[in-house]
Design a protein around this ligand. Structure first.
Ligand SMILES: *Cc1c(COP(=O)(O)O)cnc(C)c1O
Length: 424
């Protein structure tokens, strides 16, 4: 089926007389006829739900839909994108291990990887595209467990170079985990480009209406965990599960099964059934919305390019002038690049704040990827404590504006920007 159809109908097939719309199974627990049947579930010998911390029918349907959209063998929803990032790495890395991360990841992910996971004894090593292959390969050692990147980086909007980084990771025997949040499976299917695990903050375009925080991990089912002896968590008996060996018992689904029955069981970053229900409503229109977001954003980016009188630079992969354009055309459907446009105002932080205050239709929020156009200036908000000099060191221009183009009529969005620029 086409992805537009999966968005609407995937994951839930009501039988005769059952509700047409995916029901919210608001139950923490499930009833069984005999103790023996339940015991089989606990032995992971038969499928079924035992407790909502681990799985739930509403959540399960949405996981199936996203797995189908990405082309993976299974998915697990989490309470947030942060939880998805943490579990995706922690599932195959333990204290003493390390992994490679791109330097342009979302700020929250960077913090999690460089500060919090360091306290768990797991070290993240940072690479950037300017480094040579040799320099990147020299960061790997026999404790390196994975390579982590973002399809369209938030907020630099760099497009991940799958054809360069996938062979580097695989040559060292480690999987690529890719955060596909901004592209969504409508614009990019990372498994088709060699990625092994996909994660999402479903809080962004997947929900798309700014109503529910959530995350998703999808297993491509193609990585061979048994080669090289690097993944004892998957290939050796799990003491906490009376000796199950995930690769032997679950084959292609070893990674995602372990993430659920071991880490979700222990860490408990479980989504509520209503969160899955709300996410599902968002997913139903995802394929329509992400195209509209992208078309509107390209028009906005083109307009901003004509305003070099007040705007220093515009960054949007869909622009022909963008250094990311070739990669956008290669990896994103029709070069559609999502709704986020970044630009730098001439005159720094002060002008950026004045511009934002003068907008009417676009609202100032700490969010992106909403149906409603919204805007954020990192220098005056999320990075407020930093001086202009410290900002530059962190690669953030004080006049940098992250503009998330919504699905309103694009003429109205552009005239809002035009009006605000006139106020400067
Ligand atoms: C927002 C975001 C996250 C974190 O997701 P939450 O749902 O806010 O926890 C991770 N990655 C990217 C690319 C994001 O934009």
């Amino acid at each position: 089926m086409d992805r537009a159809t999966i968005c609407v109908q995937g994951g839930y097939e009501p039988k005769n007389g059952e509700p047409r719309v995916l029901p919210i199974y608001q139950s923490t627990t499930y009833k069984y006829d005999s103790a023996a049947e339940l015991a089989k579930l606990f032995d992971l010998e038969s499928p079924g739900h035992m407790y909502t911390r681990i799985s739930n029918p509403t959540v399960d349907s949405v996981e199936k839909k996203v797995a189908e959209l990405e082309g993976g063998v299974g998915a697990m929803m989490t309470s947030s994108g942060q939880a998805a990032s943490l579990i995706s790495v922690f599932n195959i890395a333990s204290a003493g291990d390390n992994f490679i991360m791109m330097g342009n990841l979302y700020g929250g992910t960077t913090n999690l990887f460089l500060v919090t996971m360091k306290r768990m004894g797991i070290e993240a090593r940072v690479v950037n595209p300017e480094m040579s292959d040799e320099e990147i390969l020299s960061l790997f050692d026999d404790r390196t467990r994975l390579f982590f990147g973002e399809t369209i980086a938030n907020p630099s909007l760099a497009v991940f170079d799958f054809d360069r980084f996938v062979p580097l990771a695989h040559s060292k025997g480690v999987p690529l985990i890719i955060d596909n949040t901004f592209a969504t499976p409508i614009l990019c299917r990372p498994f088709e480009h060699g990625a092994d695990i996909v994660i999402h903050s479903s809080t962004k375009y997947m929900d798309g209406h700014a109503v529910v925080v959530g995350g998703m991990i999808v297993d491509g089912g193609t990585f061979d965990w048994t080669k090289g002896g690097k993944y004892p968590e998957l290939t050796e008996p799990d003491e906490s599960y009376h000796g199950v060996v995930y690769t032997e018992s679950f084959g292609k689904s070893a990674y995602i099964t372990k993430a659920r029955v071991q880490l979700m069981r222990d860490l408990g970053s479980t989504p509520q059934p209503i969160a899955a229900f709300l996410l599902n409503l968002g997913l139903e229109t995802l394929s329509l919305r992400i195209r509209k977001h992208s078309e509107n954003a390209l028009a906005v980016a083109k307009y901003l390019e004509t305003r070099s009188d007040v705007i220093e630079s515009v960054s949007y992969p869909g622009l022909e002038s963008s250094p990311e354009h070739a990669r956008a055309m290669k990896y994103l459907d029709d070069g559609l690049s999502s709704g986020v446009v970044s630009f730098s105002m001439k005159g720094g932080r002060e002008k950026a704040m004045k511009f934002m205050d003068s907008l009417h239709l676009a609202s100032i929020v700490v969010h992106v990827a909403d149906a409603r156009t919204c805007v954020l200036n990192p220098a005056s908000t999320t990075h407020r404590q930093l001086s202009d000099e410290m900002l530059k060191e962190a690669g953030i221009d004080p006049g940098f504006v992250r503009f998330s183009v919504g699905i309103e009529d694009v003429k109205d969005i552009i005239s809002d920007i035009e009006g605000a620029l006139a106020c400067l």
